[in-house]
Design a protein around this ligand. Structure first.
Ligand code: UD1
Length: 360
């Protein structure tokens, strides 16, 4: 088969890497389109290198813009690519604007779309990702789910059960493969969280959701709470460009927080596996911490990844910065939520996708 993979933003890359690798054995013709939604070296090239992802065959170079601008440019760019290359199947990943836009362009040309990470729902349409998930799953021919709540959601929306394939979590395939390559000592030492006796406890933070960082009051409260937490434990915060732009524009201060540039995949994994607690609003990090057994406090009212709460180590904190401080203190004093690894987060999700594609 001629298979086209479409990626665009940082969280797509670690999902596509194992699928490209697993499909290699099937002798398919595979090509990769990068929409260019993320273009900074730290958000794209550096991650490609860590993941050993082949260079994209095509880069649409759409860059940043409003949702409509970004979506429209991807639609136009993808239509051209699809008309020229006429793939048999298009694989899309996750829930970013690139995912939904590529799906619309492909479905309009009656080419089947397979969605990797289908069925997740937060039921919160204020998040752009929820709209992207709904569009993508509505139009996709094949829906590969990471957890059985995804199957339930899709069936409840009327998707034919024959289209839904519970394959497990491809992000965990990547994590398992690359975990042995992490080298904690150098990075931890350079960040000052390594002493003579070994790694010292630290909190690791990522925040980039518009709901947390776009409004000055919510960002100010979050930075204040993190700076308070940094009285007890070092707080390391690799800052997403969206967040650093907001901090600068609003003239906010980092206080005691150790704010650093975005990290590569391996660097972030290195910190994640050694963190005493992770504070985040990311989707994927809720899953990675659950797999690693690291406590995770999520600064969101809801999650499209409920198994990380019901089975894993994740706790939803919402916007309550007092709760964030008290839960962090509880974790640091040893009151840690124990979790289990959800079914089929076993390092073979991409193999199951490849097996299914072989039957098409
Ligand atoms: C996007 C995804 C989000 C995902 C996140 C991971 C959507 C709607 N959002 O959010 O689901 O969790 O990626 O990182 O698709 N920017 C740069 N350099 C870049 C890319 C972006 O500086 O390489 C800045 C620009 O100011 C841009 C802003 O970040 O306007 C937002 O970028 P965008 O791709 O629209 O959304 P993210 O916040 O990155």
């Amino acid at each position: 088969m001629h298979i086209l993979h479409v990626v665009g933003a940082r969280p797509n890359f670690m999902k596509a890497a194992p699928v490209l690798a697993a499909l290699k054995a099937g002798g398919h013709r595979q090509r990769q389109v990068h929409t260019g939604q993320h273009y900074d070296a730290k958000l794209s090239d550096a991650i490609f290198r860590d993941l050993r992802l082949p260079e994209p065959d095509i880069n649409l170079g759409v860059g940043s813009g409003t949702h409509a601008q970004q979506t429209a440019q991807i639609l136009v760019g993808m239509e051209k690519v699809l008309l020229e290359s006429k793939p048999d199947l298009v694989l899309v990943y996750g829930d970013v604007n690139s995912t939904a836009a590529a799906t619309i362009a492909t479905a309009k040309l009656l080419i089947p779309v397979a969605h990797v990470e289908a069925g997740l729902r937060s039921r919160d349409r204020t998040m752009p990702e929820e709209i992207n998930r709904l569009i993508t799953d509505r139009l996709a021919a094949w829906l590969y789910t990471p957890s059985t709540d995804g199957d339930d959601n899709l069936r409840a929306e009327g998707v034919s059960p024959a289209s839904i394939k519970f394959v497990g979590n491809v992000m965990i395939d990547t994590l398992q493969q690359l975990l042995p390559l992490t080298e904690p000592d150098t990075l931890l030492r350079s960040l000052g969280v390594m002493n003579g006796a070994g790694p010292a406890p630290f909190a690791l933070v990522t925040l980039h959701r518009p709901s947390n960082v776009d409004a000055a009051d919510s960002l100010t409260r979050l930075l204040g709470a993190l700076s308070d937490i940094a009285r007890d434990v070092p707080v390391i915060f690799p800052v997403h460009p969206r967040t650093s732009a907001r901090v600068q524009a609003q003239g906010l201060l980092w206080g005691r927080i150790t704010a650093i540039e975005p990290l590569t995949y391996l660097e972030f994994l290195t910190l994640q596996r050694r963190a005493a607690v992770v504070i985040t609003d990311s989707g994927g990090i809720q899953e990675e911490t659950t797999f690693l057994g690291i406590p995770c406090l999520t600064m969101r009212e809801n999650t499209e990844r409920p198994v990380t709460v019901t089975l894993g180590t994740n706790q939803l904190i919402g916007r309550d910065t007092e709760l964030l401080k008290s839960e962090t203190r509880a974790i640091l004093s040893g009151r840690v939520k124990k979790g289990v690894i959800p079914p089929l987060w076993d390092g073979h999700a991409a193999d199951r996708i490849a097996e299914h594609i072989a039957t098409l």
